[in-house]
Write a protein that binds this ligand. Structure first.
Ligand code: UN1
Length: 497
């Protein structure tokens, strides 16, 4: 089974890459555990996959949308049955603890059932015509072949945010998972196959940046949806702009949590531990800046540090593990680099800042929960995405200052504020520049049926999830039905001057 899943899946057939080149994927917690060799797909493989998607498009897009919904529901059922099995393999591949990968699969299940229900609700509009005996409406049409490029940190949930609405709307897909999570991507595609999704509707090509590039540059790919780094996203945007493709980008974050003087500190601490150190801080929605009122700063930071030091680090498939490894050596190097930057900038390294030692962590890429205090808003560790378990604490003395600091970044994905004052909470909803704001909750916790995405440098104006993503995956067509039996000239026949 695993050997089969190490292949590409094109036109309903598991097959090797055309050149025979492969890349190796290992368990980040136990580096000696090799998950497998996967095809490093080239232009030829991508071309085959796009051709398969194109030839499946006609019949898939003309199937009644609720019938497509039936298949999505079956996918949801199989994901439910395989939840633990999938989660185990996902943890093995990308490191976050088993309870988190189970949540990841659950997010995919919710997305499947939600997309299935939307197939009965792909609304258009009817509006009155300005002419007599004429009927105006808008209908939705699928776009065509969609290229889906996803990140490794939510190796099942994030691809499904893209693939399920795409196919619900009648599009077909070529999916390139992150090269850090190819096995999870293949297991997901196997679910589609087992649910009876027709051949060619979702095709899988494994590979790294070159494969993604071939997909984005393919002239017969009509839309691209990407989650990953700002650097790669910007290049994708340039290419898609030049080629007149629709594209949706979900990129970096530097998400603030504002804690005001009246906040419930017990709640804040639980939220911070989950927001900053869950998924080892490797979420685009991770809480990476704590912006805290001076009157509660010392107590909060002291209590948080004690709890953070006690977090149990290890292999995520061991039951006692609370925080898993960093994805790879490169990720670890980046985190260490930023710890150095923070110290040079004059911030105080309160806890962490290094790799842990001990038997359960010696074979993986682990890093300790890290907290910097005395951070000022213009330091690099207050503005740049680190993608690791590093929290920068900034002290403020008023709500206005908190908002200024929170908005002092190029990103705008998620945000949080803890206060018991309802008026302040409502003000913050409008004042914080972000696509998502949580009141009295940390910066993570997106639900499948709510729009997800960011402002400023985080994205390009689109949203995943919720009802909005169905706009991304459809073209609007305006239809005019003239049953007057004569030529009626809009703007001319109905205005006499
Ligand atoms: C991401 O980090 O890429 O609510 C997505 C959340 C998660 C999704 C995060 N369910 O933050």
């Amino acid at each position: 089974m695993t050997a089969v899943l190490n292949k590409n899946f094109i036109a309903g057939v598991w097959q090797d890459g055309a050149t025979g080149a492969t890349f190796k994927n290992i368990n980040p917690a136990v580096n000696s555990d090799v998950i497998g060799l996967f095809p490093e797909s080239g232009v030829e493989d991508v071309d085959d996959a796009v051709r398969a998607a194109r030839s499946a498009f006609k019949s898939w897009s003309s199937m009644p949308a609720p019938a497509r919904g039936d298949i999505l529901r079956r996918i949801g059922d199989i994901l439910t049955a395989r939840k633990s099995e999938l989660a185990f393999q996902m943890t093995r591949e990308m490191g976050k603890p088993f309870f988190e990968t189970k949540g990841d699969v659950q997010e995919a299940i919710d997305t499947a059932y939600y997309a299935a229900s939307e197939t009965r609700r792909l609304f258009g509009h009817t509006v009155p015509s300005e002419m007599p005996n004429k009927f105006n409406m808008s209908i939705r049409r699928p776009i065509g072949v969609c290229g889906i490029i996803s990140a490794w940190n939510f190796p099942v949930a994030v691809p499904t945010w893209k693939i399920f609405p795409a196919i619900a709307c009648g599009n077909t897909v070529v999916f390139k998972p992150s090269e850090e999570a190819p096995h999870s991507g293949a297991l997901l595609v196997k679910v589609f196959e087992d649910a009876g999704l027709p051949a060619g509707v979702v095709n899988l090509v494994q590979g790294s940046g070159m494969t993604g590039r071939a997909l984005v540059e393919h002239p017969d790919v009509n839309a691209v949806s990407f989650t990953g780094s700002t650097e790669t996203g910007s290049k994708i945007g340039e290419t898609c702009g030049r080629m007149h493709k629709r594209f949706s980008l979900e990129m970096g974050g530097k998400n603030p949590m504002i804690v005001l003087a009246d906040a419930n500190l017990n709640l804040v601490i639980d939220g911070l531990l989950w927001g900053a150190f869950g998924t080892t801080g490797q979420r685009c929605t991770a809480t990476s800046r704590l912006i805290v009122h001076e009157s509660v700063h010392d107590e909060l930071v002291g209590r948080l540090a004690e709890r953070a030091k006690a977090i149990r680090i290890g292999y995520g498939n061991e039951e006692s593990t609370e925080m898993g490894p960093v994805i790879n050596k490169k990720g670890l190097d980046k985190i260490e680099y930023y710890v150095g930057v923070g110290q040079e900038e004059g911030a105080t390294l309160l806890i962490g800042g290094k790799r842990p030692t001990g038997k359960n962590v010696e074979n993986g890429t682990f890093f300790e929960p890290t907290i910097f205090t005395n951070v000022t808003p213009n330091m690099r560790i207050a503005k740049e995405e680190i993608f690791g378990p590093v929290l920068s604490v900034i002290k403020i003395s008023s709500y206005e200052e908190a908002i200024r600091v929170a908005n002092n970044i190029e990103y705008g994905l998620s945000s949080a504020i803890y206060t018991n004052d309802v008026a302040t909470a409502f003000r913050a909803m409008h004042d914080i520049e972000a696509g998502i704001t949580y009141i009295n909750g940390p910066t993570i916790g997106a639900e499948a049926h709510m729009p997800f995405g960011g402002v400023k440098g985080t994205g390009n104006g689109h949203r995943e999830g919720g009802w909005e993503v169905f706009e991304f995956y459809t073209e609007t067509k305006s239809v005019y039905v003239d049953y007057s039996g004569k030529l009626q000239k809009a703007q001319i026949d109905n205005v006499q001057d």
